[in-house]
Design a protein around this ligand. Structure first.
Ligand code: GCU
Length: 340
């Protein structure tokens, strides 16, 4: 795991790069934002073909138009502003305004976020989206990082169902992962998840994973089909095993001071454009998943069925292990109630 010192060093380095690029926006740069307009830099770790990039670009144009150029968004894909742990730090200190970060990253700042990272909390994408955009359920949670970190959570995009893929062959039950090295996102829950599957957990940033799989630093990973394809992981770990062990979640975060600078009118336009963006993302997701499967198969990947019950059995105890306080229990209960 990166230490706080490395995160800070990287954050400083990225801030210098940004300063050198010229952080502000001008009417002449052609990317929206009028003369007095403010352009929000948004850090993303996905490629330009990923549904998140597409929906965020459209979010930016809608916002630009709706506010007559007073606010616009510049999406930086491919970890150009840093991997998610750095991006989170940069948004917190205000050197980048916005980012998409995976749920496990926020679990490191407030343990209540762990609830939405658990296997089995969400039945499917529709259920997940209805819970995470319900202010009655998430209002306090999303505001909880404002005092401590100057970060406001605005909602999120689905990551769809995540499954396991390996360099060495299909897995049918967790036994097939025994002793294997599995890349996980940087969180205690994800480490525990890999260990429950019998693997040894290697936390690693997303952008390092291709090389990690290729060089044998790790033998396995877990993600959705869209990432499997857009990151080209299928080239080096072609054996996909359909575990569907959890429905993952990405959050859109923004620096709280920046958000506070918006007039009431612009904030309303911002919220409306964001709602349209996450709805578009959900619509794009199914098609993107089907296309990713077809493209990965054409590139030599194989998609294999697993004994899902065997995976569920070893992962189910994680809920009890990680839900340790009342607010977590309340979030879990509210999420489950919305499924029924
Ligand atoms: C998905 C998710 C990313 C996350 C990545 C990961 O692609 O959308 O936000 O970083 O998984 O496994 O790290």
């Amino acid at each position: 795991r990166p230490t706080k010192a490395t995160i800070l060093t990287m954050a400083t380095a990225s801030a210098l790069v940004l300063a050198a690029c010229g952080g502000g926006d001008t009417a002449a740069d052609g990317d929206g934002g009028g003369a007095d307009g403010r352009s929000l830099r948004l850090a993303l770790n996905q490629t330009e073909e990923h549904p998140s990039f597409i929906a965020l670009e459209n979010f930016g144009s809608t916002l630009d138009e709706a506010t007559d150029g007073r606010w616009s968004i510049d999406v930086y894909p491919n970890e150009t502003l840093g991997a998610q742990a750095e991006a989170l730090q940069l948004v917190s200190d205000g050197s980048v305004e916005m980012a998409i970060v995976s749920g496990p990253q926020l679990e490191n700042l407030n343990e209540d976020f762990v609830v939405f990272n658990l296997p089995k909390v969400f039945d499917d994408v529709e259920h997940q989206m209805s819970v995470i955009h319900d202010p009655e359920i998430t209002g306090d949670l999303y505001a909880s990082l404002e005092q401590s970190n100057s970060v406001t959570v605005l909602g999120g995009f689905t990551q769809g169902a995540r499954s396991v893929y390996t360099t060495f062959g299909p897995v049918t039950t967790p036994d097939d992962l025994a002793g294997k090295k599995m890349r996980v996102q940087e969180s205690d829950l994800h480490i525990a998840m890999a260990e429950a599957l019998g693997a040894s957990a290697t936390p690693m940033a997303y952008g390092e994973l291709y090389t990690g799989l290729q060089s044998g630093v790790v033998d396995a990973a877990e993600n959705n089909e869209v990432s499997f394809h857009t990151q080209r992981h299928y080239e080096v770990a072609p054996h996909w095993s359909q575990t569907n062990h959890l429905v993952g979640l990405d959050y859109l975060i923004i620096n709280s001071d920046v958000l506070a600078e918006m007039s009431e009118e612009d904030r309303a336009a911002f919220d409306e454009a964001w709602t349209a963006a996450h709805e578009e993302h959900t619509e794009l997701w199914m098609t993107a998943t089907e296309e990713a499967i077809a493209a990965a198969e054409a590139g030599g990947a194989t998609f294999n069925e697993v004994d899902e019950a065997a995976f569920d059995a070893v992962l189910a105890p994680l809920a009890e292990e990680f839900i340790t306080n009342e607010s977590q229990q309340a979030l879990f209960d509210a999420a489950r109630a919305a499924a029924e």
